[in-house]
Design a protein around this ligand. Structure first.
Ligand SMILES: N[C@@H](CCC[C@H](N)C(=O)O)C(=O)O
Length: 359
């Protein structure tokens, strides 16, 4: 894909952190070490890069005009992130098929030859009576059923497209069923993520169920090491581990994620591959997690993964139903509510910039 791009950059305060990360950080740099934001983008292969745009007026004008762009022959997009889990968002409300193919999405996600993202998300017309449909391609081109951080970004993007203000919510059809995000007054997004699926066959995993059809704290041998895993689907499959033979509580900073992550992802007991969460228990309500995502590798955050983690922690008796989950990109608040069996996720979602590419 020939990349000739224009980008416009909103410099609001929450985005400053993001700008810095786009300019100068690898995807795995911890958020706390972010340097002072720079105002010039280095954009591989681009014809035009954005330079200083520091006034509120510039911000308002550029985002408003972006959101009205309709020229054909160009793909207009917004780059968003949820705690460093970053996405290209595409306004696809006028047609029910994604405007770009999975192959194009792979090119867009490339961090050297493309925009750089963990996935591409499409805002499509609603079906089954919902307001919208969300579809997503991972950076490897596979299509997952759901994306937790993505749905928060989706909600903020739709709010912009529809010019909504204050507290509001909508219904979204996803591969995981109905998902309901609510944009809060403070700009964070709370999402009703629905009920976790625990039945082994539906996760899916070939590991034998050992507790009410579910796989809880079962042994899984990966590369000669025995890990204790709990399998949960939040629409997409997750394998959550808190311990391995010989150590009761993982020290997640010490793990060689790039080595072990792919071995979980492609393990024969996961017929649809899996996302894997490695979790350290800090207290009954505080967990620290690193993730290896199916189709995207190590990411700075995973919303469905944080939800699956709290469900697994409750099932293993390691934590309560209301937890803060610390991810490399920042914290998420997760509640697995006893009354309705739904999981609720609350966290941030921020725009990084707007861009246009020739199709
Ligand atoms: N990062 C996402 C999950 C995206 C999908 C995942 N890679 C899969 O293939 O299931 C999240 O925040 O939930």
């Amino acid at each position: 894909m020939a990349i000739a791009a224009t980008i416009s950059v909103p410099l609001t305060s929450p985005t400053r952190r993001t700008l810095a990360s786009v300019n100068s950080l690898s995807p795995h740099s911890p958020r706390s070490t972010l340097p002072t934001p720079q105002r010039t983008f280095k954009y591989p292969n681009s014809r035009l890069v954005a330079s200083s745009m520091s006034t509120e007026t510039a911000v308002k004008t550029s985002s408003a005009s972006f959101l009205n762009l309709k020229e054909s022959g160009f793909l207009h997009f917004a780059k968003y992130h949820g705690l460093g889990n970053d996405f290209v968002l595409i306004d696809n409300r006028d047609t029910s098929e994604p405007r770009i193919s999975a192959e194009k999405a792979v090119q867009l996600c490339d961090r050297n030859f493309g925009v750089g993202a963990d996935g591409v998300i499409f805002v499509l017309p609603g079906i089954n009576g919902t307001d919208y449909t969300m579809r997503i391609f991972n950076s490897d081109g596979s299509e997952p059923e759901m994306c937790g951080n993505g749905v928060r970004c989706f909600a903020k993007f739709v709010s912009q497209l529809e010019n909504l203000h204050g507290r509001h919510s909508f219904t979204i059809h996803t591969g995981a069923g109905l998902i309901i995000p609510e944009v809060l007054e403070d700009g964070n997004v709370r999402v009703d993520m629905g009920e976790p699926v625990l039945k082994a066959l539906d996760v899916p995993t070939k590991l034998p169920a050992n507790k009410d059809n579910a796989v809880v704290k079962s042994q899984l041998v990966v590369d000669g090491v025995i890990w204790h895993v709990t399998c949960v689907s939040m629409g997409n499959p997750h394998c959550v581990t808190f311990s391995r033979e010989g150590s009761q509580n993982l020290l997640v900073d010490e793990l060689k994620l790039a080595e072990i992550g792919p071995k979980f992802e492609h393990h024969e007991v996961f017929p649809a591959r899996t996302n894997t969460e490695f979790v350290q228990v800090l207290s009954n309500s505080h967990l620290k997690m690193r993730v290896w995502e199916r189709g995207a590798g190590a990411t700075l955050a995973c919303g469905t993964g944080a939800c699956a983690t709290v469900v697994a922690a409750v099932l293993e008796g390691r934590a309560g139903r209301n937890c803060t989950v610390d991810l490399p990109g920042g914290p998420l608040q997760i509640e697995w509510r006893e009354e309705d069996n739904h999981v609720y996720m609350t966290g941030s979602a921020d725009v990084v910039y707007y861009g246009s590419l020739p199709l």
